[in-house]
Design a protein around this ligand. Structure first.
Ligand code: TGC
Ligand code: FAD
Length: 389
């Protein structure tokens, strides 16, 4: 009896078309060459060579790949999801870099920016020459961004921004920040070149998760921008929330990648680790773990692919994205933790990717809307009653 292909027992591959398989292979190759050999070291050092990596990822067309025009490839949402899956199979931090660049910063410029904003930034962001970040969260406003304290006030023809944004991925390496602020007319988005006087970014240190990712605090002090810096197409909180839908969709696939990497590690390890004179893969308790992990992995992959197909056909409602993010991150984290038990003590080291994925997924569970926020979004869709506030 020959073992079945462990990461595709359900034969999901047959549901992909040739272009999707080709994109997946390209991203898998670039990650194999430029990320996998180094990522444990980056993680241990708590650093990411974001600029070099952005150029590599730009070269293969991953940055903003699902956007149309301005140097972007205009792929399907499903193809973008498959790219996120391959990136996160290497490390959630690399998928974060791409999510923030393509789904948050570039998407905001593409969907809400003026023609000048798009022309100025998108082509350079698609190649990775320019890096973007997205500042919504503040020290006192995470799940509830409506209460943000950052302000943008009119001063003659200019805007003046004051406030602090916290936990901002790519913050200190960004060339441009999309910053959300309170104005007299409600929340608005601003395009902030990070060289502007009054902008500072300081990295968050001592993280135990997403260590191969740049996370920063942004301080805006009397930061003066021309009137044209405002994103003309975004009014109110639905502006940033519209971007979050895009990035959350990428995470629905990405989490499956982290789960796959754990599952394959578990199988490989269990097949070679001998205790009581036999490989631990031969013990029923280990097989039960492997079977459950494979089941949850397969269900998560099918859910991601289904949501990708629905998004490409007619778009997704926020509660549908929430279903995907809630399930897939939760199950990926469970798979990472179970894999850790299979690896025993070896599971706690950086010699294997498992603890790194598990720790990363703690952030993934929290950012882009905590699991509680997604449960409440689903609850609201089911009952018509919002239970947030
Ligand atoms: P609420 O009154 O429900 O809504 C305000 C307006 O927004 C509309 N809306 C949405 N629009 C688009 N997409 C969605 N998902 C939307 N959800 C709501 C809504 O229709 C309304 O429109 P209008 O026309 O009436 O003005 O707002 P609320 O204040 O009650 O909050 C709702 C809630 C809790 C769901 C929202 O605040 C939320 O999602 N909170 C979580 C915050 C969050 O996810 N932050 C993420 C920050 S970015 C990040 O984490 C990047 S990490 C990336 C990486 O490194 O990979
Ligand atoms: P809080 O909102 O304080 O929540 C704390 C706990 O309370 C959570 O369990 C939450 O679910 C629960 N809770 C809150 N309200 C309710 C309620 N009504 N009902 C039930 N439970 C509730 N943000 C950006 O803007 N841009 C970025 O690039 C970015 N990158 C990030 C990168 C990393 C590594 C991390 C960790 C975070 C990042 N974030 C970013 C911030 C992220 O979006 C927030 O951390 C997240 O939205 C949660 O906010 P909070 O941490 O303030 O938690």
């Amino acid at each position: 009896h020959s073992p079945a292909s462990p990461d595709d027992l359900l034969d999901v591959d047959h549901l992909l078309d040739d272009e999707e398989r080709a994109i997946r292979a390209t991203v898998r190759d670039v990650v194999t060459d430029t990320v996998r050999p180094h990522v444990a070291g980056w993680y241990e050092a708590g650093e990411l060579p974001a600029r070099e990596l952005a150029l590599e990822l730009g070269r293969v067309g991953v940055l903003g790949m699902h956007l149309e025009g301005y140097g972007c490839a205009g792929t399907s949402a499903t193809a973008y999801g498959l790219a996120c899956l391959e990136l996160e199979a290497a490390d959630s931090g690399v998928r974060s870099l791409v999510s923030v660049q393509g789904s948050l910063a570039m998407h905001a410029l593409h969907a809400y920016g003026s023609e000048d904003h798009r022309r100025e930034w998108l082509p350079r962001m698609a190649t990775g020459e320019a890096i973007g970040c997205f500042g919504l969260t503040e020290p006192d406003h995470g799940s509830d961004p409506a209460g943000m304290r950052t302000t943008a006030r009119r001063d003659g023809g200019d805007w003046v921004l004051d406030g602090t944004k916290m936990w901002i991925t790519n913050g200190s390496v960004a060339d441009v920040a999309v910053v959300w602020a309170q104005t007299d007319d409600g929340i608005r988005g601003f395009v902030v070149p990070t060289g502007t006087s009054g902008f500072t970014a300081t990295d968050v240190r001592h993280k135990m998760s997403l260590r191969a990712s740049v996370t920063s605090e942004l301080v805006l002090e009397g930061l003066r921008l021309p009137a044209s810096a405002e994103l003309p197409g975004a009014q109110g909180l639905k502006g940033p929330l519209g971007c979050l839908n895009e990035a959350r969709f990428g995470i629905v696939f990405g989490a499956v990648g982290a789960a796959r990497d754990c599952l394959l590690t578990a199988l490989d390890y269990a097949g070679s680790r001998v205790q009581f004179d036999r490989p631990i893969s031969g013990f029923q308790l280990t097989q039960a773990k492997l079977a459950d992990m494979t089941l949850e992995y397969g269900k998560a992959l099918l859910l991601a692919l289904h949501l990708g197909r629905v998004k490409d056909a007619r778009g997704l409602a926020p509660a549908q994205v929430s279903l995907g993010k809630l399930n897939n991150v939760r199950e990926a984290l469970e798979i990472a933790r179970t894999t850790r038990t299979i690896l025993g003590a070896n599971g706690i080291t950086l010699d294997y990717p498992v603890m790194r994925h598990a720790n990363n997924l703690e952030s993934v569970l929290t950012y882009e809307g905590t699991s509680e926020m997604h449960a409440l979004t689903i609850g609201q869709a089911l009952t018509g009653v919002q239970a947030f506030r």
